[in-house]
Design a protein around this ligand. Structure first.
Ligand code: GDP
Ligand code: MG
Length: 175
């Protein structure tokens, strides 16, 4: 895809969630179809990546923003929420702290603009042996907040394309 790839409509999507849940890896998987294991990009992050997806023969460009580790400093992210005009895609890891997700979703509701589209993703679904957050817990949390939910794996790629297509579809339908 060239830098000038044709599109009909564009949206900004911000990836949010605790450090190390896999935000950067999910974005790289979606954009490049690859998995960067280890801690290579963990502390760096990338700014954003564009990808055009097809929604009912309509070209939707997603400009997906990563965080460069600001998630470690909560005060910085409050401004980040306020500025988000497209979609907030919140990630948690199915293999760590089960309460993290809830704290972030509460913050999103407190700081984000009201019309923002939110999606909940439980990443690292491939790590079955280390799982601490059950699928049902993610589903319950998503239901409580009325947001779509999917479990993903940046490592195997499962549901990553599907999740961003769902986001593109939702944004297109709301536009
Ligand atoms: P971020 O801080 O949220 O951006 O997290 P990263 O994308 O840097 O990932 C943190 C660590 O988790 C890295 O060591 C990744 O290789 C690993 N990781 C990310 N996604 C997955 C996944 O879906 N499955 C597995 N097994 N590991 C993952
Ligand atoms: Mg990162």
């Amino acid at each position: 895809a060239s830098i000038n790839e044709y599109y009909d409509i564009a949206f900004k999507v911000m990836l949010l969630g605790d450090s190390a849940v896999g935000k950067t890896c999910v974005l790289v998987r979606f954009k490049d179809g690859a998995f960067l294991g280890g801690n290579f990009i963990a502390t760096v992050g990338i700014d954003f990546r564009n990808k055009v997806v097809d929604v009912d023969n309509f070209k939707v460009k997603l400009q997906i923003w990563d965080t460069a580790g600001q998630e470690r400093f909560r005060s910085v992210t409050h401004a980040y929420y306020r500025d988000a005009q497209g979609n907030l895609c919140f990630l948690y890891s199915t293999s760590s702290c089960s309460l993290c997700g809830k704290a972030w979703l509460t913050e999103i509701h407190e700081y984000a603009q009201k019309d923002v589209v939110i999606m909940l993703l439980g990443n690292k679904s491939d790590m079955a042996a280390e799982r601490v957050v059950k699928t049902e817990e993610g589903e319950k949390l998503a239901k409580e907040y009325g947001v779509p939910f999917m479990e993903t794996s940046a490592k195997t790629g499962v549901n990553v394309d599907l999740a961003f297509h769902a986001i593109a579809k939702e944004l297109k339908h709301r536009a």
